[in-house]
Write a protein that binds this ligand. Structure first.
Ligand code: CAA
Length: 305
């Protein structure tokens, strides 16, 4: 089997994960990328952040000014969700890989995969950066509304490609094949993860995969310890930083990931397993209701400038 390389990619969602994936694709894998988002202000803020990451690389001598110019020329944006039927804001068929990084809401991702599956040629890999949603369901959605053979072809190019926040720094990508995913898609996705200078692990399509089946219950338990008044956020975090050598404690990490994302992941674990041990902490839900979603919103368990 010759491995067809990825020459061009589209990333859907210009939030913190989408931007990070765009950065490692353009800077490390050295391929042109277009990042899609329905919001022009989110796109313009992502562009500013991308430029400042590149400037930082230059100031730290990780990139020469020539390499920085190349990295800047590989980055473009388009307003839309990438699946809008051929017009402005739609992904073109010359793209080898799409990575979706939209909010962790099952109905949104399923709808997007259905539209992408119908719009894009089956040789285009459809990757999802989901933290917990079933890749097998996304693959089924990408193959829905078409004949049996087309459906099989469309589903087998779907795969989980799960990065970690902050993407430019964290050295891992989890690869999650759906039941329907072809071996060629798996090999191409792994090769792409390595081209982004990441180590790669493989997980079966099980709720939370490897990382979030373990991490999210730990964060949820830390919130329950806070809720029960056992200790302050500072002491809970200090316990993990100094007692277990974690780079940051679970509450500060929850603020970094985004409390809305943590809640959505925990809900998927709970619903998919039906196990009450995964019930989201009440305080987590209340904080999201209050709009205290962590670092990106200026307030979570801590307050940010
Ligand atoms: N984007 C790009 N670079 C960033 C960054 C960001 N958002 N945040 C920090 N960095 C860079 C800094 O620029 C700095 O780079 P230099 O070496 O060039 O100076 C480097 O990271 C270290 O940063 P700091 O000195 O500011 O701070 P630190 O040493 O405390 O490290 C940290 C910050 C990397 C975030 C570290 O605390 C850490 O590793 N925390 C744990 C993060 C983690 O567990 N992430 C996984 C979350 S789970 C997930 O994402 C998956 C999911 O499905 C929910």
């Amino acid at each position: 089997m010759t491995l067809q390389s990825i020459r061009k990619a589209a990333i859907i969602g210009a939030g913190q994960m989408g931007l990070g994936i765009a950065y490692v694709s353009a800077v490390h894998a050295k391929i042109p990328i277009t990042i899609y988002d329905p919001s022009s202000s989110v796109l313009s803020s992502a562009t500013d952040k991308y430029k400042s990451l590149i400037s930082r690389d230059v100031s730290k001598s990780r990139l020469t000014s020539e390499q920085a110019d190349e990295a800047l020329s590989r980055f473009s944006t388009s307003q839309g969700d990438g699946s809008e039927g051929g017009g402005e804001g739609s992904i073109r068929d010359d793209v080898d890989l799409v990575i979706e990084a939209i909010p962790e809401i099952p109905a949104l991702k399923l709808g997007l995969f259905k539209r992408l599956g119908n719009a894009l040629t089956p040789s285009t890999i459809l990757g999802s950066n989901t933290s917990s949603i079933s890749i097998t369901k996304l693959a089924a959605s990408a193959g829905s509304g078409m004949g049996k053979e087309e459906s099989q072809e469309s589903s087998q190019r779907v795969i989980g490609i799960h990065y970690f926040n902050p993407v430019p720094v964290m050295k891992l990508v989890e690869i999650i094949p759906a039941l329907q995913t072809s071996q060629q898609t798996i090999e191409r996705a792994k090769a792409f993860g390595k081209a982004c200078k990441k180590e790669v692990t493989t997980s079966t399509d099980s709720p939370g995969f490897i990382a979030n089946a373990i991490l999210m219950p730990m964060i949820n338990e830390a919130i329950m310890v806070l809720e029960r008044g056992i200790a302050s956020p500072q002491d809970i975090d200090k316990t993990f930083q100094l007692g277990m050598s974690h780079p940051m404690g679970p509450l500060k990490l929850a603020d970094l990931i985004g409390l809305d994302t943590c809640l959505n992941i925990q809900r998927v674990l709970h619903t998919e397993t039906g196990d009450s041990k995964y019930r989201p902490a009440t305080l987590l839900g209340r904080m999201v209701d209050a709009g205290w979603v962590g670092r990106k919103g200026g307030r979570g368990f801590y307050v940010y400038d």
